[in-house]
Design a protein around this ligand. Sequence first.
Ligand code: CA
Length: 229
Amino acid sequence: MATRVLLVEDEESLAVMLQYNLQAEGYEVEIAERGDDAELMIAENPPDIIILDWMLPGTSGIELCRRLRVAKSTRFIPVIMLTARGEEADKIRAFGTGADDYIVKPFSLPEFMARLKAVLRRTSPSLLQDVLKFEDLELDRATHIVRRGTREVRLGPTEYRLLEFLLEKPERVYSREQLLDNVWGRDAYIDERTVDVHIGRLRKALNRGREKELIRTVRGAGYALGGHR
Ligand code: CA
């Protein structure tokens, strides 16, 4: 599953250049030109990482970063601040607000890419891993082989993508709409009940006999991998 980057930048030429280069490296990229627009997009479908310009129309980048760190659902999304403000006091303020890294404009593209990868490695290692694991479940992205214990689990393509997505952030609860957006794609014309059908198939494939149920239904919210109490 592609790593989803939200690029919040009002300088169009820079945003387009970064988007182009990120997409070339396999990232999925969305752009917001205003801080308040970005806040709505994040609430609707949280990205894996946010590249956040400091000076923005609407809500400023530093204020948006502060709000993201306060809210439970966005607290752990990595943020890289992008800014022309190279003063030490500004950097300290950015880190104090919860930014994971700080890149001063103008910067080189290779440096940007290297820092992005370093932040992802540190904050979300599962996004870059070939083998995802949770309890006795293992998914190998290179071979597409899924195992539960020693047993190989055979999955259809949709169930595979669904499981891969859930394995990237175990215990995180996703709404049906978020699963549709991330697994089927934003443009897919599919009913939310389709998600229930595929979750049902995935459960059936994962659970044999007395094996523990791994997918949790969260009433009124959606689904998560694990996190049973
Ligand atoms: Ca700006």
